[in-house]
Design a binder for this molecule. Sequence first.
Ligand code: PMV
Length: 357
Amino acid sequence: MPEQTTAVPGRRTTAVRPPGPDGPAGATAVAHPNIALVKYWGKRDEQLVLPWTSSLSMTLDIFPTTTRVRLDAGAGHDAVTLNGAPATGEAARRIIAFLDLVRDRAGLPHRAVVESVNTVPTGAGLASSASGFAALAVAAAAAYGLDTDATALSRLARRGSGSASRSIFGGFAAWHAGRPTGSATEADLSSYAEPVPAAGLDPALVIAVVDAGPKDVSSRAAMRRTVDTSPLFEPWAASSEDDLAGMRAALRRGDLDAVGEIAERNALGMHATMLAARPAVRYMSPASLTVLDSVLQLRRDGVPAYATMDAGPNVKVLCHRADADRVAGAVRAAAAGGSVHIAGPGQGARLVGEGGR
Ligand code: PMV
């Protein structure tokens, strides 16, 4: 049987053997989390994972997820381990539903053995689902022999977790909300991420982990509640379009201050939509506010530093790479007891080898 290559433009690719009479195939992929500078918050279609708004992110060079998928023709069910422990509950359900989608597309019934190792705390608003489903999409597509390019992988990863669509790409990536009308197939085909050009920027994201524990309300549930009940959701979604256009222009001219200002207002606006939901969803903790204060102080002291936050209390601070140590020091002092990590722009998801037979 001929070897097949899964292509991710600009990245090294690895040949994989499609499953066949020789036995099951396997593949291993690595993906990094991404942090949105213009956020995704709210689905217009939960089943297809189609967002209300387009979003834009930076893929990180830290906290990778490595996922190995091996087909097991004789098995009656999928066997999934996360960091060495069997996956349970909602995490297992989502991964198996994702594998069902891949099996359906591949026309293959084989169950899989999935081993995923995540180096970022899970469910703490640190984008573990982005790296997790991006790595799973790339490994599973290769193991099941799907014919995918980067756009198709982005669409596929989106079905696992919306933000995962962006982790297929390195650097900056924008995820198109896609066509709001037309058939489900048209909508699905039109919603994917692609790389965004950025000139002359040498950025860092300083990540203050003030609480590494899992969040009380999943982003899925919090989004639904926000869309259904928050009077601020529509105005935020409308302003997000302007933010995206402004962000693209700021990246094109390498203007870190404009990138940071837009990112900060977009994120705080997203949190405002949640605070106005009924009942309110509040991911910010007192420790988050202390870190946000330290970012304001850095700016008063003349250091360009801008904050963003996701579905959790942890704060990410965008700055010039040259200022990252100073920013990390200020944030570390504010996030007493928390850990601080410095990330730069990282690579997109990619195959790193066969999972073995
Ligand atoms: O992809 P999800 O379901 O984990 O949602 C991620 C949502 C935010 O991280 C809050 C924003 C974003 O665009 O990544």
